[in-house]
Design a protein around this ligand. Structure first.
Ligand SMILES: [Zn+2]
Length: 423
């Protein structure tokens, strides 16, 4: 029987968290380690404790709210996401998944159901890019994808040590060897879709089968600094003009060669010396490619490097490229996906399975434990912007589906895990 979650409670919590880090310039700015991050963490702890969940923070600064089970030997069934945001971000990315998970577990507890497995809400540390250059920090430390000892000297763009920021939120790099993801039976991440496929299909909830791979190259174009007034056209080696051509090649390449689900972006550019009367000598930029097909990713990145290399040659501008991220696409647990598809069908009579074009903590959890994701419709497909919006009804439906799923998984999780292991 479907558990009746409390939509008003969920809505009120979301509204409250949307005030933490509200940026006068628009949207919400709550990066890892900021005052807003600390305030949100404190508020989340209070919510966990008010809901009678056992609170803990691990060495990666991940926050856990745990409803103990009747079987002390059994593994955790975990749902959650992250509570940091991008600059001027929206009110739903990350925090929506945490509060849906809290609502689901609190509803189950208040229904009088006695869970055998401990049920946990997790809020992973620093999922979004941050001044330390380490996105999905908490989930990568938790799953051993990042080695804590390699990060002891890491500092932010403003010179703060990562270890100091982590200690401020209750973590400690020197204790990360104690992190043990084998305590988790499975992980489910509810998250707003961040693109418009559910909205176009007029469906509130979808199930994710695969998370995109991401490939990033740092590219430097070297021209020659000279006087803006006295250098004639034929003598210029203008790195910014060269960059303009390199930027347009991203679109050219994708339109000519690659399928529509391959995307490419240049979102970060620095120009030197960046002065009004000097021909630019150098441009640094990051070009990023995303696809659920890793071989396509690699082919596209290589083709881009070759193409700009030949075009820069005619401009007498030299180029160097360094790969800074090569994250493989991640297929999520097939048995858990099938289970979630059934759960979604019971609530909305059909299901839509879709891949995620955004990276998530689930990418890293999926490498060590059976992992699934539920997507909630994003109106207009907008995300990482102040206009990001999901309807309260859709969020409440996700909480209901998750609540029913957790209750059933408490009975059948061992079967789902063994199915996952046999694939
Ligand atoms: Zn997110």
């Amino acid at each position: 029987m479907t558990q009746a979650i409390n939509p008003e409670r969920l809505h009120q919590r979301l509204t409250y968290f949307s005030t933490i880090g509200a940026d006068p310039a628009g949207g919400i700015s709550r990066p890892f380690g900021s005052a807003a991050d600390l305030k949100a963490r404190q508020a989340l702890r209070q919510e966990f404790e008010a809901a009678s969940l056992t609170y803990r923070v691990d060495a990666a600064g991940n926050q856990w709210g745990i409803l103990p089970g009747t079987d002390p030997q059994s593994k955790l069934i975990v749902a959650g996401s992250h509570l940091d945001t991008v600059p001027h971000g929206g009110a739903y990315d990350g925090i929506g998944g945490i509060l849906i998970s809290l609502e689901a577990i609190q509803t189950l507890m208040q229904s009088g159901y006695r869970n055998r497995h401990p049920l946990a809400v997790v809020a992973f540390t620093g999922e979004e890019p941050n001044p330390f250059g380490l996105s999905t920090l908490g989930s990568r430390l938790y799953t051993g994808r990042l080695k804590a000892q390699d990060l002891l000297q890491t500092v932010s763009s403003s010179g703060e040590r990562l270890q100091d920021a982590l200690r401020r939120v209750g973590g400690d790099l020197t204790h990360c060897q104690a992190l043990d993801p084998t305590e988790v039976a499975l992980y489910i991440e509810p998250h707003v879709e961040q693109s418009g496929r559910l909205d176009e299909a007029d469906l509130p909830i979808g199930v994710v089968d695969c998370i995109t791979g991401i490939y990033r190259d740092h590219i430097t174009l070297i021209g020659e600094q000279n006087h803006a007034g006295t250098t004639p056209l034929g003598h210029r080696k203008d790195a910014l003009e060269a960059f303009a051509e390199a930027a347009l090649i991203v679109e050219e390449l994708l339109q000519e060669t690659w399928p529509e689900w391959m995307v490419g972006t240049i979102g970060q550019v620095s120009v030197y010396p960046n002065a009004i009367n000097i021909v630019p000598s150098r441009v640094d930029f990051i070009v990023e490619w995303r696809s659920t097909d890793q071989s396509q990713l690699h082919r596209c990145a290589e083709r881009y490097r070759d193409t700009i290399n030949s075009r820069m040659h005619t401009r007498h501008v030299t180029l160097s490229a360094t790969n800074v991220l090569d994250q493989a696409p991640q297929t999520l647990s097939v048995p858990l996906r099938q289970f979630l598809q059934q759960q979604v069908e019971q609530h909305q009579h059909t299901h839509l399975t879709l891949s995620s074009w955004a990276g998530h903590d689930a990418t890293h959890m999926a490498r060590v434990v059976p992992t699934g994701m539920l997507f909630i419709r994003s109106i207009g497909g907008k995300s990482h912007c102040p206009d990001e919006f999901s309807r309260s009804d859709d969020l409440a439906l996700a909480a209901s589906i998750l609540c029913d799923s957790l209750k059933q998984l408490d009975q059948v999780v061992e079967e789902v895990i063994s199915d996952a292991a046999s694939l």
